[in-house]
Ligand binder design. Structure first.
Ligand code: ATP
Ligand code: MG
Length: 165
C-alpha cells in the first residue's frame, strides 16, 4: 500500500482530534491521501462552512486520481461526473448547496451512480437522513485565516482505511 499511508507533509497536531491543515496545499494533500484509498461505490461527505476548503480538498483528490486539467467547482452544475481514462476510477463530484428541496436530490440519481462510481459530496447536510450509513463523513473547520482542521466519522466500511496510518 506504500504511499497510501503518507499524510500531508505540512500536517501537524494530528491525533484523535483530527488532522491540522496549515494551508490550502495541506488540504489538497489530504484529499490526495484519500484518493489512494478510494474505491468505486464509496461515498465521502465533505461538510464545512462556505469557503472552509471542501473544493480545495476535492481538487487534491481528483488531481491525485489522474485528472490533468483544473478541477471546476460543482457549485453550479451540482454534479460533475468523471470517468476513466481521465480518472483512475469513476467519480461523481457533487455540491448540494443549491438544493432547497430534498426531493430534488432523488432526481440526481446518486443511488444509481453509486453502483459503479465513488461519490464525493459537498454540503451533504442537504441530504439529511438520506445520507447512506456507510458514508465516510469528513468535516473541515476554520482554525484561523489559513489553518483548517479535518475531522471525521468513519463507519465500519472504512475501518482500516480511514484514518490513514
Ligand atoms: N488550509 C486551507 N485549506 C483549504 N482552503 C484554504 C486554507 N487556507 C485558506 N484557504 C482558502 O479558503 C478557500 C476555500 O475555498 P473552497 O472553494 O475550497 O471552499 P468550499 O468549502 O468548497 O466552499 P463552498 O462552500 O463555497 O463550496 C480558498 O480560497 C483557499 O485558498
Ligand atoms: Mg465548494
Amino acid at each position: 500500500m506504500g504511499d497510501a499511508l503518507i499524510l500531508p507533509p505540512s500536517t501537524s497536531g494530528d491525533g484523535p482530534d483530527g488532522i491540522h491543515l496549515t494551508n490550502p496545499e495541506a488540504t489538497a494533500a489530504a484529499g490526495a491521501t484519500l484518493a489512494r484509498l478510494l474505491r468505486p461505490g464509496d461515498v465521502v461527505a465533505l461538510a464545512g462552512d462556505l469557503g472552509a476548503g471542501k473544493t480545495t480538498f476535492a481538487r487534491g483528490l481528483i488531481a491525485a486520481l489522474g485528472f490533468a486539467d483544473d478541477v471546476p467547482s460543482p457549485s453550479f452544475p451540482i454534479v460533475i461526473p468523471y470517468a476513466p481514462p481521465e480518472l483512475s476510477l469513476p467519480l461523481w463530484h457533487v455540491d448540494l448547496y443549491r438544493i432547497d428541496d430534498p426531493e430534488e436530490i432523488e432526481e440526481l440519481g446518486l443511488d444509481e451512480a453509486r453502483a459503479d462510481a465513488a461519490l464525493l459530496i459537498e454540503w451533504p447536510e442537504r441530504m439529511g437522513a438520506r445520507l447512506w450509513p456507510d458514508t465516510l463523513r469528513l468535516s473541515i473547520e476554520r482554525e484561523g485565516d489559513d489553518a483548517r482542521r479535518l475531522t471525521w466519522q468513519a463507519p465500519t466500511a472504512w475501518e482500516g482505511r480511514w484514518p490513514p496510518r
